[in-house]
Design a protein around this ligand. Structure first.
Ligand SMILES: Cc1cc2nc3c(=O)[nH]c(=O)nc-3n(C[C@H](O)[C@H](O)[C@H](O)COP(=O)(O)O)c2cc1C
Length: 209
Protein backbone atom coordinates (compact mmCIF):
# COMPACT_ATOMS: atom_id res chain seq x y z
CA UNK A 1 0.00 0.00 0.00
CA UNK A 2 1.52 3.28 -1.16
CA UNK A 3 1.07 6.08 1.39
CA UNK A 4 0.59 8.69 -1.38
CA UNK A 5 -2.20 6.64 -2.98
CA UNK A 6 -3.85 6.34 0.43
CA UNK A 7 -3.58 10.08 1.13
CA UNK A 8 -4.98 10.89 -2.31
CA UNK A 9 -7.85 8.45 -1.71
CA UNK A 10 -8.85 10.03 1.59
CA UNK A 11 -10.82 13.23 1.86
CA UNK A 12 -12.62 15.01 4.67
CA UNK A 13 -15.83 13.04 4.23
CA UNK A 14 -18.96 15.16 4.52
CA UNK A 15 -21.56 12.41 4.29
CA UNK A 16 -21.27 8.88 5.70
CA UNK A 17 -23.59 5.90 5.37
CA UNK A 18 -24.04 5.15 9.08
CA UNK A 19 -22.80 1.59 8.48
CA UNK A 20 -20.74 0.00 11.28
CA UNK A 21 -17.02 -0.46 10.65
CA UNK A 22 -15.49 -3.91 11.17
CA UNK A 23 -14.11 -3.95 14.73
CA UNK A 24 -10.62 -5.00 13.58
CA UNK A 25 -10.38 -1.89 11.38
CA UNK A 26 -11.37 0.31 14.32
CA UNK A 27 -8.78 -1.39 16.53
CA UNK A 28 -6.05 -0.91 13.89
CA UNK A 29 -6.78 2.82 13.75
CA UNK A 30 -6.82 3.01 17.56
CA UNK A 31 -3.56 1.04 17.72
CA UNK A 32 -1.95 3.50 15.29
CA UNK A 33 -3.25 6.40 17.37
CA UNK A 34 -1.81 4.80 20.51
CA UNK A 35 1.57 4.46 18.78
CA UNK A 36 1.72 8.19 17.97
CA UNK A 37 4.75 10.12 19.05
CA UNK A 38 4.31 12.66 21.83
CA UNK A 39 6.65 15.11 23.50
CA UNK A 40 8.64 13.24 26.18
CA UNK A 41 6.28 10.31 25.55
CA UNK A 42 3.71 11.56 28.06
CA UNK A 43 0.60 11.25 25.82
CA UNK A 44 -1.18 14.01 27.80
CA UNK A 45 -4.66 13.37 26.44
CA UNK A 46 -7.47 10.84 26.31
CA UNK A 47 -9.56 9.91 23.31
CA UNK A 48 -13.25 9.10 23.74
CA UNK A 49 -14.55 6.49 21.31
CA UNK A 50 -18.27 7.03 20.86
CA UNK A 51 -20.66 4.58 19.20
CA UNK A 52 -23.87 5.32 21.12
CA UNK A 53 -26.38 6.81 18.59
CA UNK A 54 -28.33 8.84 21.20
CA UNK A 55 -25.14 10.38 22.51
CA UNK A 56 -24.00 11.21 18.97
CA UNK A 57 -27.38 12.84 18.30
CA UNK A 58 -26.95 15.00 21.40
CA UNK A 59 -23.43 15.97 20.33
CA UNK A 60 -24.51 16.79 16.77
CA UNK A 61 -26.46 19.84 17.92
CA UNK A 62 -23.24 21.13 19.55
CA UNK A 63 -21.36 20.62 16.27
CA UNK A 64 -23.34 22.86 13.90
CA UNK A 65 -25.47 19.82 13.03
CA UNK A 66 -22.69 18.38 10.91
CA UNK A 67 -24.07 15.10 9.51
CA UNK A 68 -20.88 13.07 10.01
CA UNK A 69 -21.42 13.13 13.76
CA UNK A 70 -24.48 10.87 13.50
CA UNK A 71 -23.63 9.17 10.20
CA UNK A 72 -20.24 7.98 11.45
CA UNK A 73 -19.70 4.49 12.76
CA UNK A 74 -17.41 5.77 15.53
CA UNK A 75 -16.79 9.31 16.70
CA UNK A 76 -13.43 10.04 18.32
CA UNK A 77 -13.19 13.00 20.69
CA UNK A 78 -9.62 14.17 21.33
CA UNK A 79 -9.47 15.48 24.88
CA UNK A 80 -6.17 16.83 26.19
CA UNK A 81 -5.67 16.84 29.94
CA UNK A 82 -6.93 20.13 31.35
CA UNK A 83 -4.01 20.14 33.78
CA UNK A 84 -0.86 18.11 34.11
CA UNK A 85 0.23 17.18 37.62
CA UNK A 86 2.84 15.13 39.42
CA UNK A 87 0.63 12.04 39.54
CA UNK A 88 0.39 12.02 35.71
CA UNK A 89 4.19 12.11 35.53
CA UNK A 90 4.56 9.42 38.20
CA UNK A 91 2.18 7.08 36.33
CA UNK A 92 4.22 7.59 33.18
CA UNK A 93 7.49 6.88 34.99
CA UNK A 94 5.97 3.72 36.56
CA UNK A 95 4.81 2.60 33.12
CA UNK A 96 8.32 3.00 31.67
CA UNK A 97 9.80 1.14 34.66
CA UNK A 98 7.30 -1.73 34.34
CA UNK A 99 7.56 -1.95 30.54
CA UNK A 100 11.35 -1.92 30.47
CA UNK A 101 12.02 -3.84 33.71
CA UNK A 102 13.73 -0.88 35.37
CA UNK A 103 13.19 0.66 38.80
CA UNK A 104 11.25 3.94 39.06
CA UNK A 105 14.17 5.33 41.10
CA UNK A 106 16.55 4.80 38.18
CA UNK A 107 14.32 7.18 36.21
CA UNK A 108 14.48 9.98 38.79
CA UNK A 109 16.49 12.26 36.48
CA UNK A 110 13.97 11.88 33.66
CA UNK A 111 11.07 12.33 36.09
CA UNK A 112 12.59 15.59 37.31
CA UNK A 113 13.21 16.77 33.75
CA UNK A 114 9.56 16.23 32.80
CA UNK A 115 8.30 17.88 35.99
CA UNK A 116 10.61 20.87 35.51
CA UNK A 117 9.39 21.43 31.93
CA UNK A 118 5.74 20.99 32.85
CA UNK A 119 6.00 23.19 35.96
CA UNK A 120 7.63 25.96 33.92
CA UNK A 121 4.38 26.35 31.94
CA UNK A 122 1.29 28.34 32.85
CA UNK A 123 -1.95 26.29 32.99
CA UNK A 124 -2.87 27.68 29.55
CA UNK A 125 0.52 26.77 28.09
CA UNK A 126 0.19 23.26 29.55
CA UNK A 127 -3.19 22.78 27.92
CA UNK A 128 -1.96 24.11 24.56
CA UNK A 129 1.05 21.84 24.75
CA UNK A 130 -1.17 18.84 25.56
CA UNK A 131 -3.47 19.81 22.67
CA UNK A 132 -0.54 19.87 20.25
CA UNK A 133 0.30 16.31 21.27
CA UNK A 134 -3.34 15.31 20.70
CA UNK A 135 -3.21 16.77 17.18
CA UNK A 136 -0.21 14.59 16.36
CA UNK A 137 -2.33 11.59 17.37
CA UNK A 138 -5.16 12.89 15.21
CA UNK A 139 -2.81 13.11 12.21
CA UNK A 140 -1.52 9.60 12.81
CA UNK A 141 -5.06 8.22 13.07
CA UNK A 142 -6.10 10.06 9.91
CA UNK A 143 -3.26 8.51 7.90
CA UNK A 144 -3.90 5.08 9.43
CA UNK A 145 -7.57 5.29 8.44
CA UNK A 146 -6.56 6.17 4.86
CA UNK A 147 -4.20 3.20 4.65
CA UNK A 148 -7.00 0.95 5.94
CA UNK A 149 -9.40 2.53 3.39
CA UNK A 150 -11.64 3.80 6.15
CA UNK A 151 -13.18 7.22 5.73
CA UNK A 152 -12.46 9.87 8.29
CA UNK A 153 -13.28 13.51 8.94
CA UNK A 154 -11.07 15.56 11.23
CA UNK A 155 -13.29 18.20 12.83
CA UNK A 156 -12.88 21.40 14.79
CA UNK A 157 -16.34 22.68 13.95
CA UNK A 158 -17.95 22.09 17.32
CA UNK A 159 -18.54 23.89 20.59
CA UNK A 160 -16.02 22.35 22.94
CA UNK A 161 -17.65 23.75 26.09
CA UNK A 162 -20.95 22.09 25.18
CA UNK A 163 -19.18 18.84 24.31
CA UNK A 164 -17.36 18.92 27.64
CA UNK A 165 -20.68 19.34 29.46
CA UNK A 166 -22.45 16.54 27.56
CA UNK A 167 -19.50 14.18 28.07
CA UNK A 168 -18.73 15.26 31.67
CA UNK A 169 -15.16 15.97 30.67
CA UNK A 170 -14.47 18.53 33.40
CA UNK A 171 -14.92 15.83 36.05
CA UNK A 172 -12.47 13.66 34.13
CA UNK A 173 -9.84 16.46 34.00
CA UNK A 174 -10.24 16.76 30.22
CA UNK A 175 -11.14 19.48 27.69
CA UNK A 176 -12.11 18.51 24.14
CA UNK A 177 -10.12 20.02 21.27
CA UNK A 178 -10.89 18.07 18.08
CA UNK A 179 -13.01 15.25 16.68
CA UNK A 180 -12.65 12.53 14.12
CA UNK A 181 -15.63 10.84 12.53
CA UNK A 182 -14.87 7.35 11.20
CA UNK A 183 -17.10 5.47 8.80
CA UNK A 184 -17.93 4.76 5.18
CA UNK A 185 -18.36 7.54 2.60
CA UNK A 186 -21.87 7.98 1.19
CA UNK A 187 -20.72 8.19 -2.43
CA UNK A 188 -24.20 8.99 -3.75
CA UNK A 189 -24.72 12.01 -1.51
CA UNK A 190 -21.27 13.41 -0.84
CA UNK A 191 -20.71 16.15 -3.42
CA UNK A 192 -17.13 16.71 -2.19
CA UNK A 193 -16.09 13.24 -3.33
CA UNK A 194 -15.92 14.28 -6.99
CA UNK A 195 -13.92 17.43 -6.33
CA UNK A 196 -10.18 17.57 -6.86
CA UNK A 197 -7.90 17.86 -3.86
CA UNK A 198 -6.53 21.38 -3.44
CA UNK A 199 -3.03 21.80 -2.05
CA UNK A 200 -0.30 24.42 -2.25
CA UNK A 201 2.45 23.44 -4.68
CA UNK A 202 5.68 22.07 -3.26
CA UNK A 203 7.68 25.15 -4.34
CA UNK A 204 5.39 27.32 -2.28
CA UNK A 205 5.12 24.99 0.71
CA UNK A 206 8.73 23.95 1.19
CA UNK A 207 11.66 26.20 1.83
CA UNK A 208 14.63 24.09 0.84
CA UNK A 209 17.93 25.39 2.11
C1 LIG B 1 -8.07 20.31 12.46
C2 LIG B 1 -9.08 20.19 11.36
C3 LIG B 1 -10.39 20.59 11.56
C4 LIG B 1 -11.36 20.41 10.57
N1 LIG B 1 -12.68 20.68 10.84
C5 LIG B 1 -13.62 20.27 9.95
C6 LIG B 1 -14.99 20.30 10.29
O1 LIG B 1 -15.40 20.69 11.37
N2 LIG B 1 -15.88 19.84 9.37
C7 LIG B 1 -15.50 19.36 8.15
O2 LIG B 1 -16.36 18.93 7.37
N3 LIG B 1 -14.19 19.32 7.80
C8 LIG B 1 -13.25 19.75 8.67
N4 LIG B 1 -11.92 19.67 8.34
C9 LIG B 1 -11.53 19.17 7.01
C10 LIG B 1 -10.75 20.21 6.17
O3 LIG B 1 -11.63 21.17 5.68
C11 LIG B 1 -10.04 19.42 5.06
O4 LIG B 1 -9.14 18.53 5.64
C12 LIG B 1 -9.32 20.36 4.09
O5 LIG B 1 -10.20 21.17 3.40
C13 LIG B 1 -8.49 19.55 3.09
O6 LIG B 1 -9.30 18.66 2.36
P1 LIG B 1 -9.16 17.07 2.40
O7 LIG B 1 -8.92 16.67 3.82
O8 LIG B 1 -10.49 16.58 1.88
O9 LIG B 1 -8.02 16.69 1.52
C14 LIG B 1 -10.95 19.89 9.31
C15 LIG B 1 -9.62 19.52 9.11
C16 LIG B 1 -8.70 19.65 10.12
C17 LIG B 1 -7.28 19.17 9.89
Amino acid sequence: MNIIDALNWRYATKRMTGEKLPQEKVETILDALRLSASSMGLQPYNVLVIENPELKKQLQSAAYNQPQIVESSHLLVFAPWSEINESHVNSYINNIAKTRGETPESLDGFRKMILDSVNAMTPEQKYNWAARQAYIALGTALSAAAIERIDATPMEGFNSEEFDKILNLKEKGLKSVALMALGFRDAANDTLLKKKKVRRCKDELFIRL
